[in-house]
Design a protein around this ligand. Structure first.
Ligand SMILES: [Zn+2]
Ligand SMILES: [Zn+2]
Length: 156
């Protein structure tokens, strides 16, 4: 269990881009979609949904990569690591690639999305599973369920 006061830092592989997170994640996710498989060069991507007010750049200037569309995928200009995403129409949050944080040992994905595109053996230890993405109607419930779990004594 992490408290809201925890400040966590992260960086790309070469260290040229560094950032800091000063708020607890609103959600942690694994995404099995084909896009995330390509972006992460792996079975699924792992991310933390961080309120924009809790995110701050410390060094470097990330550049746009991947699709160059309405959603912005941000990369280190030197080592070309994927660092975070600003999804279109989702301005309140930054999707930070969870494995870019300095400390990743206590990360686990609370939801997994797009399981209809997952590899048969690729099972993320998520509490909630969605064959697609949670609908806007479901999303509030998902955030509440995650917040309640973060506050439960069993996790302290
Ligand atoms: Zn780098
Ligand atoms: Zn995805």
């Amino acid at each position: 269990m992490r408290s809201v006061a925890d400040v966590r830092a992260g960086s790309c592989m070469c260290g040229g881009v560094r950032f800091e997170i000063s708020q607890a994640p609103a959600l942690t996710l694994a995404c099995h979609c084909r896009g995330c498989q390509r972006l992460s060069a792996s079975a699924y991507s792992l991310s933390e949904m961080i309120p924009v007010d809790g995110f701050r750049m410390l060094a470097g200037k990330p550049v746009i990569g991947a699709l160059h569309g309405p959603s912005r995928y941000l990369y280190c200009p030197r080592c070309l690591n994927w660092l975070f995403t600003r999804p279109a129409g989702f301005d309140a949050f930054i999707m930070v690639r969870a494995m870019m944080l300095d400390e990743v040992g206590d990360f686990s994905p609370f939801v997994e999305t797009m399981t209809r595109e997952k590899l048969p053996w690729a099972n993320a230890p998520a509490v909630l599973s969605f064959s697609g993405f949670p609908s806007p109607d479901d999303f509030g419930d998902v955030l509440r369920a995650f917040a309640e779990r973060q506050c439960s004594p069993a996790r302290l």
